[in-house]
Design a protein around this ligand. Sequence first.
Ligand code: SAH
Length: 268
Amino acid sequence: MVEDFPAGSVWLVGAGPGDPELLTRKAERLIGAASMVFYDALVGHGVLDLIPPGVRRVPVGKRAGRHSKDQASINDLLVAAALAGERVVRLKGGDPSIFGRSMEEMAALAARGIGVRICPGITAASAAAASAGVSLSLRGLARRVQFATAHKRGDAPLDLDWTALADPACTTIFYMGRGAADEISRRLIAAGLPGSTPVLVASDISLPAERLLHSRLDLLPLAARAITEDQPTLILVGAAVAPPPARGGGARTGTLGFREALLREAGR
Ligand code: SAH
């Protein structure tokens, strides 16, 4: 289907959290039809393996604490490739529309008259909830879900509306938050959330190294210390992300325990 992907056009494609099985079929088709692929550091190896042999692949990785191309250079590369007549796929971790700076790339391409469209992907928060066997919304407990970026710029305090983030009837998910775990814990408690509020620290979601640590808001700094800097990590806060008591303690064993309990029930 070349009609939606002519030479000289660009697709911003959501690559999901890492597991290639979590790609959309459209993403897989676009990857297969590309003549050139630019990709972020967070795009999973299994997804990159779907790029046909002979197709040029260019890492433009942005990753906390590592040298990478700045956004303006990435925009220029995409524009140059499209003007050279390539069919360009720009692979972005998760969903391009969530903390993906997609609008900057869209604007740079549109300003040059280049056709550009977005293919959505599974965002890390959805994948974390699935892995942990929890729901981000929960009847009666979490009627609202909010995504925030906790990306630290040096030592400057995070510029966030902590009162809004401390809503006890909401599930709050911090992207890029590992380095800000102490601040998140301190500021949310100061804004009124109980220290006992359930927290889930989820890293390398959907990948072999996946870790799911259930904790509580006052102990979040400790949980975050168990994760290293190069592991992509989400911090989820709120009653909905607690492991239900029926499932026992930690997520991995807890989730298995829950499934075993269900199987036992079914087998009776
Ligand atoms: N567009 C992406 C988010 C990009 S911001 C999305 O929709 O998921 C990068 C942040 O996303 C990381 O710092 C981390 O907080 C989160 N993230 C992305 N992939 C992840 C994964 N596999 N496991 C845990 N967190 C992930």
